[in-house]
Design a protein around this ligand. Structure first.
Ligand SMILES: NC(=O)C1=CN([C@@H]2O[C@H](COP(=O)(O)OP(=O)(O)OC[C@H]3O[C@@H](n4cnc5c(N)ncnc54)[C@H](O)[C@@H]3O)[C@@H](O)[C@H]2O)[C@H](O)CC1
Ligand SMILES: [K+]
Length: 450
């Protein structure tokens, strides 16, 4: 499972707007369909490697892409058959159907499979789950190689409904842009390897997949304070905060203070009594404060979060510190990163609806903070509408303590002084790259070791 790096993600509404903009600029929708069909034909040609291909066409433009691909594959000499649910219903799909001169079989229980099935039944236009009888017919093809056109048929491309497709794809060819369902659970794994066919659509770049992680070397003139100073507040359970502090140092902070703990995880980290917390908050060199890891909800947490908010410092708030800060977050603009997992997000933002992307964006707009909504399908949202989806991340991160490490990495990136959204994206990228480097047997401590 993979998705292209730094690729645009569009909802179905945004996709239609982009298509309309293309038409205004002189590229007709039938030209777009021709480009889409050509990309499908290329991918199918490579996947089939000479074996027969069966293309399943639906009534809309997703089916239209299928007819175009069938025509182009036949011209190349591929052994291609077409089966359709019904006659096409859109003008574009009718024209594409007219260009296919071969037979069109019915999609029913007698349809013979082929080694490669191209699923061009439904794309972004699907408005309800696939009927059970069609799902049962498609189920007969589940053991074949499947190429899904745009999305595996049967899913809500916007990722708001959790409908699953009857056919899981080996490869999904996204047209024009990725769609939320390609990068969100539960549908993302059903898309297999996602490829992007740009087809000339000028996609809005506000929502993207995770960019490639670039190793950034410190400036030649760097010293420890220019690389960023992070203050981690430990609270009553200092083990988790120790991981956070170590992660901040490992992710590139020049100087890390672990306040409220007697045990420094690395000799280079200053561990000190919590009596100094106020003084540290006044230190102009502190570029980011991290609170939450290992800190249960309670009066003490509330008091310390209030002090951190009063300081005006850039903040990383995790776990119970998110709830403690919530009432005050939007009152003054500041750089803040929130790092809730599923349960913490639901507790902090119970009234939000829509896809995980919609909810993360709404939470960021409401709090005026960058929201790193964690999970296997982590998304990072900024108050201004920017969003990065980090699917497929690394499954090795599904173990205790990795969230504490991520909070520390966010602190390190934030303390450098740049944009809070870019900092959160860099931290998530660092976290996944570390996990990929370590792989099997990963424990959270490995992420902070050499
Ligand atoms: N991205 C692009 O620039 C281009 C994309 N193209 C392709 O067009 C589809 C979207 O096409 P659209 O016609 O809007 O919808 P669909 O083909 O996805 O299907 C809608 C079709 O199906 C009917 N329908 C909806 N739900 C159901 C259901 N549960 N059961 C039965 N029938 C259903 C609905 O009434 C419509 O008739 C996009 O994904 C791309 O593949 C174009 O090639 C242009 C360029
Ligand atoms: K499809």
């Amino acid at each position: 499972m993979s998705v292209p790096a730094d690729a645009p993600i569009l909802t179905s509404d945004a996709m239609r707007e982009a298509e309309a903009a293309c038409a205004v600029q002189g590229t007709s929708l039938s030209e777009l369909m021709e480009l889409a069909g050509a990309a499908v034909a290329d991918t199918a040609w490579r996947m089939a490697a000479g074996a027969p291909i069966l293309i399943l066409c639906g009534p809309g433009n997703n089916g239209g892409d299928g007819y175009v691909a069938a025509r182009l594959l036949a011209t190349r000499g591929a052994a291609v058959r077409v089966a359709a649910l019904s006659e096409p219903s859109t003008e574009l799909a009718k024209a594409a159907r007219a260009g296919w001169s071969g037979p069109v079989e019915a999609v029913d229980g007698r349809l013979a499979p082929a080694p490669l099935i191209v699923d061009a039944l439904f794309g972004v236009g699907l408005s309800r789950p696939i009927a059970d009888d069609l799902a049962a017919i498609l189920g007969h093809f589940a053991d074949r190689r499947i190429l899904a056109v745009d999305v595996p048929s049967g899913i809500d491309s916007d990722g708001a409904a959790d409908w699953m497709p009857p056919l899981r794809a080996d490869v999904t060819l996204a047209l024009g842009a990725l769609k939320p369902a390609h990068v969100l659970l539960p549908t993302a794994p059903a898309c297999g390897r996602v490829l992007l066919a740009p087809i000339g659509i000028a996609a809005n770049k506000a929502m993207r997949t995770l960019p490639r992680v670039r190793e950034t070397q410190p400036e030649a003139t760097a010293h420890k304070f220019t690389r960023g100073m992070v203050l981690v507040f430990a609270g009553p359970m200092p083990g988790a905060a120790g991981l956070t502090a170590a992660a901040a140092l490992r992710a590139g902070a020049g100087y890390v203070v672990l306040n409220g703990s007697e045990r420094a995880p690395f000799s280079a980290i200053i561990a000190e009594s919590d009596a100094k917390f106020g003084e540290r908050l006044d230190d102009p060199r502190v570029g980011a404060v991290v609170i939450g890891p290992g800190f249960p909800a309670g009066d003490e947490l509330l008091f310390d979060v209030e002090a951190a908010l009063d300081s005006g410092k850039p903040l990383v708030l995790d776990a119970a510190a998110i709830d403690a800060a919530l009432p005050r977050l939007s009152e003054t603009p500041r750089k803040t990163i929130l790092t809730p997992h599923e349960g913490e997000f639901a507790r902090a933002f119970p009234q939000l609806y829509g896809s995980k992307i919609d909810r993360a964006k709404a939470a960021a707009a409401r709090t005026q903070a960058v929201v790193v909504y964690k999970g296997a399908d982590t998304v990072i949202a900024a108050p201004d509408g920017r969003l990065v989806a980090a699917w497929p991340g690394s499954p090795w991160l599904a173990t205790a303590g990795t969230g504490d490490v991520l909070a520390g990495a966010c602190g390190a990136m934030l303390a450098r002084g740049g944009d809070a959204f870019d900092a959160a994206v860099a931290a998530v990228g660092w976290h996944i790259a570390q996990a990929a480097r370590i792989g099997p047997g990963l424990v959270a401590d490995d992420l902070i070791r050499d």
